[in-house]
Design a binder for this molecule. Sequence first.
Ligand code: FUB
Length: 321
Amino acid sequence: MIRGHLVKDMYIADPAVHVFNGRLYIYPSHDIDAGIPENDLGDHFDMRDYHVFSMDDVDGPITDHGKVLDVKDIPWAGRQLWDSDVAFKNGKYYLYFPLKDKNDIFRLGVAISDKPEGPFIPEANPIKGSYSIDPCLFQDDDGTHYMFFGGLWGGQLQRYRNNKAIECGHEPADNEPALCAKVVKMSDDMLDFKEEPRDLVILDENGKPLTAGDHDRRFFEASWMHKYNGKYYFSYSTGNTHKLCYAIGDNPYGPFTYKGVILNPVIGWTTHHGIVEFKDKWYLFFHDSQPSGKTWLRSVRFADLVHRADGSIETITVDYK
Ligand code: FUB
C-alpha cells in the first residue's frame, strides 16, 4: 500500500528513518523556495535548517519537533544543508549532515543531542577527510557504526579519486567502472572516520563492476543500508534515470551484487528514501514533488516494503492517475 503525504504545511525530502525508544523518527531535509534557478549542480536546493518528525504508529498523527539545527549555528557553514541521518550511541544522538563550507566544497558535519528529537549542537569543524553528500549511518549487530556517503554532479563525488581531490572533476568514460558510494567505519566517539573510506563496489550479474555508462543501474546518490535475514541491502538513487535500486552483499563493505529496482521514478527529478522495520513491518519512506509540481519542493510519503521469500524486494510504482 502507498500512503499519502505526511506533512502538508512545509516541504520535506530525503527521509532518513529510525526507531528510537519504540517511536518512529523521520529526519528529512527541509525544502524551501530560495528563488535560485534550477541547474544540474542543484543550486536550487538551498536548504537552511532541519526539522525532526516522529510517529507512534504509521497510521497515527505525525509530530513536528520544530527546528533542530540552523545553518546560522554551524561555525564552518557556507550553504546548502542536504540529506542528513541520525545514529545513537552511548546515550547520545548524532546528526550527520552535508553542507558546503566557506569554499563551496561539500563536507560532512556532525551535531549532537541527548534526545532523538534534538535540538542538535554542531561540532566546530566538519569530519576530517569528509567530502561529498548524503551520509547514511548503519549500526551492525556487533554495535559497529558505518557511514555510507557520496553523490554525483552537485554532490561533487566526481571531483575525488581515492579520497583525494583531483584537479578537474570528471566522471569515468562510459565503459569504465562507475564511481562508487563510499563506506567507512566510524570512530568510537562517533566524531571521526576510523579508517580511510573505501569504495562500495556494485557488481552486475556476471561479477563485473557496473560501468559509468550504465545510468539505469549505477550509483548516483542517496545511500541507505538495511539488513534482512543476515544479508546487507545497499539501496541508492540512479539520479538522472530517477530510480531507487538495491544491491545485496555479505558484509557492509561488499562487494554488492545489483538486484533490481525498489521504486520506479516518481514525480520530480530526485528520488531518495529510508527503509525501516517498525512494529514487525517494513516500510519505504520516500519523497516526490506531486503536491508542489516543483523539483525543489518535495513531500515525504511511504509505502509497505515487501521482501519476497528469495530475498528480493517487490518493485513499488506510484500510480499518479
Ligand atoms: O536534497 C538535496 C539532495 O537532493 C540530496 O542530498 C540528494 O540525495 C537529492 O535528494
